[in-house]
Design a protein around this ligand. Structure first.
Ligand SMILES: [Zn+2]
Length: 196
């Protein structure tokens, strides 16, 4: 390991992602917004660019899309690159802030095609988003072999205590279909070493 190799760290976004993001419209309903995110997860599977998960950060009120992330764990060989983490990284770089709920800023929300795992749950309060909207349940991801890691059972209540709302089951069936496709196509399943 040379020191030069660690002067900067980067990862690559799939080449299709930016074009796809331009199809977003701010007048869509919450269901339509979630379907837009889920379609990104489906394309990630079809294009072979990562796992069956996607997430987006939106400005609350204007519904402006700040960032769209997909799971890049296997393709970029980085365990932290869950869709929610990618969405947070891109949003914070775009807005040039480590706190998406900083003073004087618009509020932001996260739409995710699957409920957050332990890592992404932990990242939510740090990110500064004020609301998390989820499609598939963690149990849906677990049904094809993923696991959510050591996450507290009362995670929604914990977020609420920190002033962050949670909305669940928005277009859950559509997100589950992508999981089924991924499993059928033999997509790689990795996990957090859940005790057996
Ligand atoms: Zn995660």
């Amino acid at each position: 390991m040379s020191r030069d190799e660690n002067d900067a760290v980067s990862f690559h976004l799939p080449s299709w992602l930016a074009d796809y993001a331009t199809s977003y419209r701010t007048d869509w309903s919450d269901d339509e917004r979630m379907l837009f995110v889920i379609e990104a997860s489906r394309r990630n599977v079809v294009q072979g660019t990562g796992g069956p998960f996607a997430a987006g950060v939106f400005e609350i009120g204007s519904r402006r899309l700040i960032s769209l992330g997909v799971n890049l764990v296997t393709t970029e060989k980085l365990s932290i690159l869950h869709a929610e983490m990618v969405a947070f990284i891109l949003a914070q770089r775009t807005l040039q802030t480590y706190d998406l709920g900083g003073a004087g800023m618009a509020s932001h929300e996260l739409f995710t095609s699957s409920e957050p795992c332990a890592m992404c749950f932990g990242a939510i309060p740090w990110s500064g988003v004020r609301c998390v909207v989820c499609a598939a349940r963690a149990s849906d991801a677990m049904a094809i072999g993923f696991d959510e890691g050591p996450k507290m059972v009362e995670w929604c209540e914990e977020l609420k205590r920190r002033g962050i709302d949670t909305v669940r089951d928005v277009q859950r069936d559509a997100a589950r279909e992508v999981f089924s496709d991924y499993a059928r196509l033999g997509g790689r399943i990795y996990n957090s070493r859940e005790a057996t």
